[in-house]
Design a protein around this ligand. Sequence first.
Ligand code: ATP
Length: 282
Amino acid sequence: MSDTILDVANLSVRYRGSDAPAVRNVSFALGRERLGIVGESGSGKSTVGRALLRLLPSAEVTADRLQLQELDLLKFSEREMLRVRGRRMSMILQDPKFSLNPIRRVGDQVAEAFQVHFRSSRKEAKAKALAMLGAVHIRDPERVYALYPHEVSGGMGQRVMIAMMLMSEPGVVIADEPTSALDITVRLQVLGILDELVRERGIGLIMISHDLNLVRNFCDRVLIMYAGQVVESLPASRLGEAEHPYTRGLLAAQPRIGGNREPLKVLERRPEWKRPLEEMRA
Ligand SMILES: Nc1ncnc2c1ncn2[C@@H]1O[C@H](COP(=O)(O)OP(=O)(O)OP(=O)(O)O)[C@@H](O)[C@H]1O
């Protein structure tokens, strides 16, 4: 891993009115790499992503450290966070339809992302938006610029969202299930674009997913979350050597093409799985 872009220590989140914290003592450092956060539904993955951007008005968020390059985010007011969100750290969500304004042309929305952050002229923002639509491999940027969100396919919409997010040249991108609504060929194209962001633009990418196989093949490192905690953290290439019983259970429950035709294993959760690997070893 190269130099640290984002450093998180003991991040915890409790939603108001809830007895148990949704996220407990999550720590990690992100470099110019692809970091996967994987875990079952409700394990707290998206809450981590939203807490980093402080998009949780109905929750109590605490941490010992939330450092984004030179910025100490723990000291930032809501007003100061407005300049961090989208500018220094961005998020891509599963369904672009919820993030795009349905009554405005997609190109104007991409251009606006530039105008807002850099206070540029409309002409300059349009030129930059067209270049960025080209950079995410949209073949005819002029034509796509003029389309409305309902006129673009899911994969094209996701590329438009990535272009919009890149306009501000963020250092960290959080992608929350960015490809789960896409078919397999389009999914591979979008993953290819995200991969380019890391290799060519040097961003740090956090890929939130429930798909262990995707994370194993795409990411450099993986954090495994269970019941709000990171129970194990390891290089993606060494996932097969995972030791935590929950991770081992997840791996055993993966369907395999071409494997023996056996009934798929069902994951039976145990109370002791709530202990991270280090505690189990101690
Ligand atoms: N706005 C909210 N108010 C109260 N509780 C919430 C809220 N959002 C999430 N939770 C709870 O926090 C826990 C973690 O949810 P989170 O969405 O982070 O999990 P996840 O791992 O991302 O799941 P999924 O894969 O289904 O998105 C869950 O128990 C969920 O019910």
